[in-house]
Design a protein around this ligand. Structure first.
Ligand code: NIG
Ligand code: FE
Length: 414
């Protein structure tokens, strides 16, 4: 089956010519082609270039779309989310507006543990329905690949319930879904006085089960004071690695915790948050080939400091941007909104922001060979926007500019 997109006003390819990610000044080179044609065949990109150079003969039943008023980008890769959850936390949002901090609310029994309560109580079918609707909405906003973490169960049965929901959606939903096990998201109330026993439980019971059933591509840990120490995080991540699972870490979010240094040392695929990363952490990420995933929506939503994006980019660390979509620290799955924050708060250029939300997001999921850019052979995930040029996307914020979403070569009907 052939799909031809012709007369595309501006095509942003983010082509990397075989590289897994863009670093340093490469992030500004996003491969823009004016008046472009894209030929898709059997769900993959077959030909990409200027209209004038297109000479391939089409089959009789080829579907042709005239995109002369539209701008095309690769589907976004949202590489860090917690989108399977029950309940919501607008009460905490109101408490913060009245002056309480995220940590104070967590210490009083709110925070992650309040979503744990709601998620444990929810039956699998309802959790799945909520998550599936969120995936539909994300596709409508231009995201075509998403990572989803467990971590609102914190006991065997509920963590497995979350992992099963994520894996069922991975099979059944149009969205490309990557599953991450985050059993170490918080110390569950049952283990408040004996956190090391919970770490033991994660390592000796949950991780071997997850590995055996092959239900997680990554293992993640929330390394932070009040959650998991560097020593505990190391134990969990080393165990995961010994079972053949790739590593991620929530690092240096609320304070400098040493998480980024650990990530680099363990050659984690990504270290995420990094609001308080120090120079040693930046050097460790560079040395470990670890992608730095920045989540500016969290800084915005919690009114925290922002990650030092410029320092990271200038140091040559591959930088990705993601939403962190979750009910506590960022109740938004809008990638363009994160791009706006990248430009206004992280001092990134619109080009760097686009590279960070596409190819580099794919690198944070080890998926650069299949998604994240518009290049021949890759999965045909491409989104058309009603905007005059690509810079307009982050500039005109708070509105959905999506015109058409094409997922694996299929035009999605909403
Ligand atoms: O990435 N930092 C830890 N976990 C989430 C917050 C989850 C929540 O508050 O429910 C985050 O910010
Ligand atoms: Fe997170």
């Amino acid at each position: 089956m052939q799909l031809l997109l012709k007369n595309i006003k501006q095509l942003v390819t983010v082509a990397s010519n075989g590289k897994q990610c863009k670093t340093g000044v490469e992030m500004r080179d996003i491969g823009v082609i004016e008046n472009a044609t894209v030929l898709i065949e059997d769900g993959h990109f077959r030909w990409i270039g200027a209209d004038a150079k297109f000479t391939t003969a089409l089959s009789d039943d080829a579907h042709i779309v005239d995109a002369s008023e539209l701008v095309a980008l690769p589907g976004f890769v949202d590489c860090h989310t917690h989108l399977v959850f029950a309940g919501s936390r607008e009460n905490e949002f109101a408490m913060r507006a009245a002056g309480k901090t995220y940590q104070q609310i967590a210490e009083q029994g709110g925070g992650i543990l309040s979503t744990v309560k709601a998620t444990r109580a929810a039956v699998k079918k309802d959790l799945k329905k909520l998550a599936s609707k969120r995936l539909d909405d994300m596709l409508k906003h231009g995201t075509t690949t998403v990572e989803i973490k467990s971590g609102y169960g914190l006991e065997e049965e509920s963590e497995i319930k979350m992992m099963d929901v994520i894996n069922e959606l991975r099979k059944e939903h149009y969205m490309t879904v990557m599953p991450t096990f985050l059993g170490a998201h918080a110390i569950p109330p049952e283990y408040k006085q004996k956190p090391d026993e919970y770490v033991e439980f994660v390592c000796e019971r949950m991780l071997p089960y997850v590995a055996k059933r092959k239900i997680a591509s990554f293992c993640d840990v929330f390394c932070e004071s009040g959650y998991f120490s560097v020593g505990q995080s190391r134990k969990i991540l080393e165990k995961a690695r010994s079972l053949g699972i790739d590593l991620k870490i929530h690092a240096d979010e609320l304070a400098p915790s040493g998480g980024s240094t650990l990530a680099g040392e363990l050659r984690a695929v990504s270290a995420d948050h990094l609001e308080h990363i120090n120079d040693a952490g930046i050097r460790a990420l560079k040395a470990g080939g670890t992608v730095g995933v920045l989540l500016p929506g969290v800084s915005f939503f919690l009114n925290h400091s922002y990650a030092p994006a410029r320092k990271l980019i200038d140091a040559g660390v591959p930088v990705a941007i993601s939403t962190d979509f979750n009910p506590g620290s960022c109740m938004s799955f809008s990638v363009p909104m994160m791009m706006t924050l990248a430009c206004t708060q992280l001092n990134m250029t619109p080009e760097e922001a686009i590279a960070a939300c596409t190819l580099n997001g794919a690198a944070a999921l080890k998926m650069s060979n299949t998604v994240g850019s518009i290049e021949t052979g890759k999965q045909a995930d491409i989104v058309l926007y009603d905007i005059p040029n690509y810079q307009y996307l982050a500039y005109h914020f708070g509105v959905n500019h999506v015109n058409t979403v094409i997922k694996r070569g299929v035009i999605l009907e909403f």
